[in-house]
Design a protein around this ligand. Structure first.
Ligand SMILES: Cc1cc2nc3c(=O)[nH]c(=O)nc-3n(C[C@H](O)[C@H](O)[C@H](O)COP(=O)(O)OP(=O)(O)OC[C@H]3O[C@@H](n4cnc5c(N)ncnc54)[C@H](O)[C@@H]3O)c2cc1C
Ligand code: SF4
Length: 328
């Protein structure tokens, strides 16, 4: 493994300052991603700045919504009473993530910043991968792309984003609070991730040295009736092939308003805006839901081996709507 210096940050401003003058430095929280990257040579930081002593582990529920500190562990957020009752899609997405041991260790901020599970990106040997080594090509474009994107990809990269929680947080209209040298800013999750374009090495809009301090989830009329459905190739300890988060506001038996985000199909949690519009005013009936969801996939662009994701994603959304609406 590449040798590196270890430093421990005492406060958030100190953590930001520690990275500010050092392009080779990286934060570490739970370490469940970063340590793998160090071992596999995906990242080679000269210095690792441990943020675990910062007082950023809170989970606060108020009438305005949830304030989750970046260092709150995935398992603690999933088990929190206010999350389970008021934001069930988030609790479900977290519980379906990784393993119990990983969830006990992994932080919420680190979860949002995990990187793609594309096997070429994660390979121990050096394969063409523009995300890992810009300009080297994309082995997945014509290679093994069964698990890759059907929306939002470019010729430079066809990878998907792997976080389950990010998909739920997108449907719940969350924002990420970030501290940089210029102070704090709030970034809607809708604007946090980048499409690959011709620079797939950058996954998010974060600048080097910016520290995620927390995640805010508003208490909308939809949050309480939200749900997450994850489809994967084995029952646990597996990333999503396709997933869907929905957040529903009902008027009697009809949908007043809905938010939908998909996972496993794009380089970021993918909003299904067209289906959100088509579903407004519809009764909670499977055939009507399926028809409205169907039209939202006209812009899907499957690769050679993943056209099956279109049908699978449509059914996953309908299933999530049925569960959130109390039909299943
Ligand atoms: C075997 C395995 C299975 C998994 N399965 C799933 C799954 O099914 N679903 C799922 O969603 N996830 C899954 N994961 C991913 C797991 O959830 C992440 O590894 C974890 O959430 C990362 O959090 P961490 O605190 O360990 O991050 P770290 O490894 O500490 O950091 C990850 C990255 O985030 C940066 N970082 C961390 N905190 C901050 C901060 N506050 N501000 C700025 N940068 C920061 C670090 O510098 C690093 O670049 C799996 C992981 C493994 C190893
Ligand atoms: S899809 Fe992206 S991550 Fe995978 S090989 Fe291509 S460039 Fe690399």
């Amino acid at each position: 493994m590449h040798p590196f210096e270890y430093a421990r940050a005492g406060d958030a401003a100190g953590a930001v300052a520690a990275l500010a003058g050092d392009p080779e430095a990286a934060f570490i929280a739970g370490g469940t991603e970063l340590v793998n990257w160090l071992k596999d040579g995906i990242e080679r930081p000269g210095r690792v700045v441990d943020i675990n002593r910062l007082p950023l582990g809170q989970i606060e529920a108020t009438s305005a919504g949830l304030r989750i500190g970046t260092l709150a562990r995935m398992s603690d957020v999933a088990a929190h009473r206010a999350v389970r009752s008021g934001f069930p899609a988030l609790a479900e997405a977290l519980e379906r993530s990784a393993s119990a041991q990983l969830r006990n260790m992994a932080s919420m901020g680190g979860n949002l910043l995990q990187r793609t599970r594309c096997p070429y990106f994660r390979a121990e040997t050096d394969l063409p991968c523009n995300k890992r080594r810009p300009g080297s090509g994309c082995a997945a474009r014509e290679g093994l792309n069964r698990t890759h994107a059907i929306f939002g990809w470019s010729d430079a990269c066809v990878a998907t984003h792997p976080s389950d929680a990010a998909v739920a947080l997108r449907a719940l209209e969350a924002s990420v609070r970030v501290l940089g040298r210029g102070g704090e800013r709030s970034i809607p999750l809708a604007d946090f991730y980048r499409l690959p374009g011709d620079a797939p090495e950058r996954d998010t809009v974060l600048e080097h040295g910016e520290l995620i301090v927390g995640i805010d989830v508003p208490a909308t009329p939809r949050a309480r009736r939200s749900w997450y459905v994850k489809v994967r190739e084995r029952a646990s300890y597996e990333f999503a092939l396709v997933s869907a988060a929905v957040a529903l506001d009902l008027d009697g038996g009809r949908i007043r308003e809905v938010r939908i985000a998909l996972g496993g199909v794009a380089p970021m949690p993918w909003p299904l805006t067209e289906a959100e519009r088509a579903l407004a005013g519809l009764p909670l009936e499977r055939a009507a839901l399926a028809r409205a969801v169907d039209g939202a996939f006209s812009e899907a662009r499957p690769l050679a081996r993943n056209a099956f994701k279109i049908a699978l994603a449509k059914r996953t959304v309908v299933r999530a709507l049925e569960i959130a609406g109390g039909m299943a």
